[in-house]
Design a protein around this ligand. Structure first.
Ligand code: PLP
Length: 402
């Protein structure tokens, strides 16, 4: 049988999954010399030295074994303390916290733990690229709810209510949002909480960008009245602590949810890597000032980026969190993918087309500002030149010169 002949034997659910829309542009960017990438979703900072050193020291001390399935007890205790301080929520380290291999694994575990075949999962769009495939792999049916720039990319309680059916079981929320940077004000989260209570929904709240909130405090969904016990809260080290490669995240929730997730984790992953857990422990104990310094750097770049898009004449919603801007590029006359491809080829700047995050992202691009100020300034100089060229082309076309 030829190599490609095996495709017919693959799991049909996997066969039907579309590869991520981002991949093609990443490949194109990777082969382009002199590219400035505003495409990737990871901090440009290296993990602080004392955190790296803690893991080196752990190795020197001989930490090379499995840990308990749910994570090193001291790390879970530190997570409980941090969560109480940061979010005002109490979780028991022994039964309500699970240390996972990134938020990616925690998301997969949460979906697999609660979704039964055919259950519907509400997903506001634009959304992180993993949400739909992970829902489908868990046997669920994703039901997307579009949000738009006119509503600040915040999901409305009434729009959720409209699509709820007797099969709806889960709402998957992500604020601060990837890709838009939107955050939800408390009163709007409360309205959503009422819908969840009325329809007995389980909420998976991916708050991986919680610390990267620029105006006021982060509002945690699990802290809304009556929501703690119906919410699986996902948190991680990748973004706030500049630790993407360490692969440490965690889930917080009632003992039933966390117990079910731990069951899957114990059979599929066993535990998160021990030296990465030791590094995470150090980050929580002694890395918070460093984290705040990185957040201040992102906050400065955020203002720079919003102004740069305004100067280019591309409307850009001011992101309240994360490190992404999501400008409206419709005035260039190009689709999101055309804009992205031409920008890479003509000006060597990589961004991500908005439609990679759902159909309602068409007409937008995602631009990460987790890059140095020098890189951002150069990227915006190039992008401005590109946008002006598009406008001249449009004028010429309108006059029949094209
Ligand atoms: N959730 C969101 C919203 C993300 O943007 C990302 C990464 O970009 C993840 C989860 C994955 O995070 P981790 O590195 O902890 O697996």
């Amino acid at each position: 049988m030829s190599a490609s002949g095996w495709t017919a034997k693959l799991n049909p659910t996997v066969r039907a999954l579309k590869p991520s829309g981002i991949r093609r542009f990443f490949d194109l960017a990777a082969e382009t010399k002199g590219i400035i990438s505003l495409g990737v979703g990871e901090p440009d900072f290296v993990t602080p030295w004392h955190v790296r050193e803690a893991s080196i020291f752990a190795l020197e001390q001989g930490y090379t074994n499995y840990t308990p399935n749910s994570g090193i007890p001291e790390l879970r205790r530190e997570i409980a303390r941090y969560t109480a301080e940061f979010l005002g929520l109490e979780y028991k380290p022994e039964s309500e916290i699970l240390v996972s291999v990134g938020v990616s694994e925690a998301l997969d575990l949460a979906l697999r733990a609660v979704v039964a075949p055919g259950d519907e999962v509400l997903i506001p769009e634009p959304c992180y690229v993993s949400y739909l495939p992970c829902t489908v792999l868990a046997g669920g049916v994703p039901v997307t709810v579009s949000t738009g720039i006119e509503q600040g990319f915040r999901v409305r309680a009434a729009d959720l209510e409209r699509v709820i059916t007797p099969r709806t079981k889960v709402l998957l929320l992500c604020y601060p949002n990837n890709p838009t940077g939107a955050v939800m004000p408390r009163e709007e989260l409360r309205a959503i909480a009422e819908v969840c209570a009325a329809h007995d929904l389980i909420v998976i709240a991916d708050e991986i960008y919680a610390q990267l909130t620029y105006e006021g405090e982060h509002t945690c969904f699990a802290a809304q009245p009556g929501m703690r016990d119906r919410t699986i809260l996902l948190q991680g080290f990748s973004k706030a602590f500049a630790m993407t490669g360490w692969r440490i995240g965690y889930a917080l929730g009632n003992a039933d949810f966390i117990g079910a997730m731990t069951k899957i984790h114990q059979y599929t992953m066993l535990c998160a890597p021990v030296i990465a857990q030791m590094a995470a422990l150090e980050a929580l104990r002694n890395g918070r000032e460093e984290m705040r310094r990185m957040v201040r750097a992102f906050s400065y770049r955020r203002r720079l980026v919003v102004k740069a898009f305004a100067d280019m004449g591309l409307p850009c919603f001011a992101p309240g969190g994360a490190f992404y801007a999501f400008p409206d590029i419709r005035s260039t006359g190009l689709s999101s993918e055309e804009f992205t491809e031409r920008l890479i080829r003509e000006e060597k700047v990589a961004v991500v087309p908005g439609n990679a995050f759902g159909d309602c992202g068409e007409g937008f691009i995602r631009c990460s500002y987790a890059a140095s100020v020098e890189e951002l300034n150069e990227a915006f100089k190039r992008m401005r030149r590109f946008v002006e060229r598009c406008r001249v082309e449009n004028k010429n076309k309108a006059r029949g010169f094209a």
